[in-house]
Design a protein around this ligand. Structure first.
Ligand code: GTR
Length: 327
């Protein structure tokens, strides 16, 4: 009895402490993520929240709504622009149709490696893109890693560009990605991430494209067992804040939010590298057929019309030239 009472009292005390802690947050920023709890992007924003809480002595907190609880990326972007959602961690892909600067790091084969992407996004081109969000009711806080994206499908091993002809792939909701897939001789269907699994399963599409961690955590590998490492995209991910939510903060708190976001980047990168490996191991163990021996040259050459169509303004041309010149 005494034991039960003690446990009960301890439980009550911890609940009271937890709600006191929550109550002491003057501001709780609601942040959206399509990925499940524990995914590197979710963990990084949680880490940012812990930093913020500690540095503000418990005044500023972040609550991450993972697993698309607040909606699919395209919709949550609009909600963030309206200030209904305070923060959002998304791929740059769904921003392509809204903010033209985001098209540049989303161009196929623009980066030679993830290291090249990080160097560019940590430098002036990255800053230019973060600044571009401010004309769209958003504040660009930081970039996260998204590895490289490759095609997977349920039908057959793709060993060359010719194998793609006539196949149907889901892409993120970006016109540029539709053109990218068309330029490869295949057909693209833009659709929300959450619909991809059942669409492959029911044969609405043959496959999709993504990085190791997403291929794994979404379970797409269960229904699309052929993964070809053509690595056509290295699209950075971005953490943005609603301008209206940001404007409500004092200048000091704004600086604290920006700094905590920046400080969450190395946390994210470490988690990402580890997760890429565990995801690769997991899908390999599940018996997925991985095609690594693929000549990327025809893929790269096929992208010329995509660059011609999207890199039109002087600003974008200069950004592309800067990226290509970054060693
Ligand atoms: C993931 C990315 C998500 C989402 C998803 C998709 O790699 O982290 O933000 O964009 O891909 O394909 O929709």
């Amino acid at each position: 009895m005494t034991y039960v009472k003690t446990i009960g009292a301890a439980l009550l005390a911890s609940v009271a402490m937890a709600s006191a802690a929550a109550a002491s947050c003057e501001i709780t920023l609601r942040s959206s993520d399509t990925h499940p709890d524990g995914y590197p992007t979710v963990a990084a924003v949680n880490a940012m929240g812990e930093m913020l809480k500690e540095r503000s002595e418990g005044r500023l907190c972040i609550e991450v709504f993972h697993s698309a609880q607040l909606g699919e990326e395209k919709d949550t972007i609009e909600q963030t622009q309206f200030g209904v959602i305070d923060m959002n961690r998304v791929s740059l892909g769904p921003f392509n149709n809204i903010i033209e600067e985001t098209q540049v790091p989303s161009l196929p084969y623009i980066f030679r490696s993830v290291g090249h992407m990080n160097k560019v996004m940590d430098g002036p081109v990255g800053q230019q893109i973060l600044d571009a969000f401010s004309d769209h009711d958003l504040v660009g806080l930081a970039f996260y890693d998204g590895g490289s994206r490759s095609f997977y499908n349920s039908e057959k091993p793709i060993a060359s560009i010719d194998d793609l002809v006539g196949m149907k792939f889901r892409v993120m909701q970006s016109d540029m990605f539709v053109d990218m897939v068309s330029a490869l001789g295949a057909n693209a269907t833009p659709m929300p991430y959450g619909e991809v699994y059942s669409s492959i399963q029911t044969g609405v599409i043959d496959g999709a494209e993504n990085n190791w961690p997403s291929y794994d955590s979404s379970g797409h590998f269960e229904v699309a067992k052929y993964y070809t490492l053509d690595q056509h995209l290295i699209v950075p991910e971005v953490l943005v804040m609603a301008k209206s939510s940001f404007d409500k903060l004092s200048a000091e708190d704004q600086a604290m939010v920006r700094q905590a976001a920046r400080d969450s980047v190395p946390v994210m990168r470490d988690l990402w590298i580890a997760r890429e490996q565990t995801s690769e191991d997991r899908v390999r163990e599940a018996g997925v057929q991985i095609i690594t021996d693929i000549d990327k040259t025809p893929f790269i050459e096929a992208m010329v019309p995509v660059y011609e169509k999207y890199v039109t303004s002087a600003v974008l041309k200069e950004m592309v030239a800067d990226i290509q010149a970054t060693k």
